[in-house]
Design a protein around this ligand. Sequence first.
Ligand code: SF4
Length: 482
Amino acid sequence: MVNFVLAGHDFGYEVQTAIQIFFPNRHYYPAVSVPPEGMVVKSVYTENSAEACLFIDGAPVAESVLDHSADISEKDKKHIIKEAVFNVLSKFTGYTPKWGMITGVRPAKTASELSAEGLSDREILEYFTGRFRVSEDKAALALKVSRAEKEILEENRPEDMSIYIGIPFCPTRCLYCSFTSYPIDRYAKKADEYIAALSRELRFIAENIKGRRIRSLYIGGGTPTSLSENQFEALIDSVCGNFDTESVEEFTVEAGRPDTITPNKLKAMRKAGVSRISVNPQTMNQKTLDIIGRRHSVEDIKNAFYMARAEGFENINMDLILGLPEEGIEDVENTMLEIESLSPESITVHTLAVKRASRLKENIFSYDLAAADDMDKMINLAAGYAEKMGLEPYYMYRQKAMLGNFENVGYCRRGCQSIYNIEIMEEKQTVIAAGAGGATKLYDPVKNELVRVFNVKSVEDYLARLDEMLVRKVKAFSLNRW
Ligand code: SF4
């Protein structure tokens, strides 16, 4: 637990997010005064300075004072308060985070926005490294990704939109998972009802988007291929029956878990025009697959990949996670060597995030997790392999509670970018989501604003309240420009 005390301001969010950079996965509580025990950050704002002091068991152990001018803006006031806390914790821990004070999830989007405001590349880099104390390599990464995203975004037409279809079933629950996902063996019957309800929602969406072009269509989860072959075919039939999949520029299925991929499901996808699939190993080390709760072998991953190749898939993505429990740099090296030999068109390299609703979080002290320095080495190692494989960074996002406060990066061969991933990160296009937990984003290009419309998360609620979800969508469609 970390307490914080505010004096002269009430920007608790800024103070808490600065603390989270250095001490993730704790509880953070505001206090009115410094308690005699535990770790406490006191943040004081006066008319000419922002100060932060760290107390351990009531005694001050580190301090930072930043002077400012009297007529400071609200935005700068928040910034300097956060910076003082950042300074004091960096001094105390001896740790300089690579992303500096950045706590947002979309640094490449920030770079794109600065570029749209007319800043040069040099000025954008200086913004990151100067104002936010980001390291030069991470600032360069944000800029590089924003350039790659721009190539795709420039092709957006006003009538374009994307569709996301969520299938919340999986074979087992992974140790680090925080999604609402249901074990398919216990929910097989419910999955039938789910496909029927989802088909209704897809028909409703199709009727409401006439005249629009679907630029990307994404079936994700969960694990869509955890459905039985019959259920999966019913899903694909419904998608093809409702949307003109032939004119869709990108059609992705996140096949995900290799033990759910069969030749018949691959054939159904090929027939429907699926252009991109994911086969997600996360790691190529058997001991780690066992720890994270996968019920398949490394060999199964390779077989699923070769099966997809044999069926003619020429754009295969593989998701990886760095910092999985008990993994060190040698394990990551082994994973990257195996992935290199498979030669997928893209890889998405995640940093492990310890999410609140995960089994990992519940049993956090049972596992040996990598320190920030080791994470940095693993991330650099994976980036080096990506380069060797001819893959370039093209999209990126950050999450709360990531080990070392690092990032997730998608690398791909030229021309194999996932349009959907970029659209979802840059938020410059309407994305309509169907299924339990779906978050629709209606983008207003004139106001440059998003309106979000949420579906309920649980499968039971979705089945019981589908009509209500459709009414929500109708209202949002009619009240907003998108
Ligand atoms: S495959 Fe993904 S959604 Fe399914 S349990 Fe694992 S992390 Fe969760």
